[in-house]
Ligand binder design. Sequence first.
Ligand code: GRG
Length: 300
Amino acid sequence: MSEAVISSFDFAAYLAKEKIRVEAALDASLGPERPKQLREAMRYSLLAGGKRLRPILCLAACELIAGESETALPTAVAIEMIHTMSLIHDDLPSMDNDDLRRGRPTNHKVYGDALAILAGDALLTRAFEMVSLRSPGISAERLIKVVGELSLVAGAPGLVGGQVADLECEGKDVDIDTLEYIHIHKTGALLKASVVCGALIGGAKDDLLDALRTYAEAIGLAFQIIDDILDVTSSSEVLGKTAGKDLIADKTTYPKLLGVDESRQRAKVLIEKAKSVLEPWEDDATPLLALADYIISRDR
Ligand code: GRG
């Protein structure tokens, strides 16, 4: 990749523009659900801000292949719905028992446990509706691949499996392999699916799809390592989480097992690996390369 292309790319402007696009699509994705309380609970968490990294990765992957990403917007929305659903359920008293998310009261604190569970369920099922029924102009063959990818990532082979493993390890000393297993399933899997689904919508051929899978696996794990580092180095106010909760629960993290410096070094190696596999696609991959750099340099 030429230095000139990288330096002329205005990543901040790109990120801001894509975020606005995603926010608008998310806003438009929810119809007049009834009862009203369910609609409000779904909107409350779906439109609560956040970095929107997963949908932006999905759009960037589609754009790399197809030169446009409009057709991937419903899939990008679906992925953010799955992410939001997982956050709502993760915050419940029976799981992480968090009072704050993104600096605001968690869904169950506002709507109660039952409605929070159901709003999550409605977002998860709506995600599959977005792909299968609200993705005009994409062949059934591509859509079924995306549905398959999302079924795997949401269920036992992905988020649910990772969450169960995490719950089982609560209060125990965890080794690096177990920690990595949890991170790959709880966090890495959906980040990977974001890239893969965008590529599938764009019609990626096998060689590029394989490269994107490797890219996405590496950035997914790096993302969680940085998340662990931020948990240690940022104030809970900045993270918008319940004050000091993770530190009090004394969860096993990368910095706890390896120290901050070695953890950051691991993340760096992963980001370099992610970027190197996209070298053959050079300038077309500029947004994905910049997103990889963003994952390691972010402060929230
Ligand atoms: C999907 C069927 C299904 C069930 C969910 C509860 C659960 C099972 C899984 C928990 C998954 C979880 C909460 C993983 C943590 C992922 C993570 C690092 C979240 C923070 O992501 P950011 O930083 O958040 O992208 P923002 O707020 O920017 O969106």
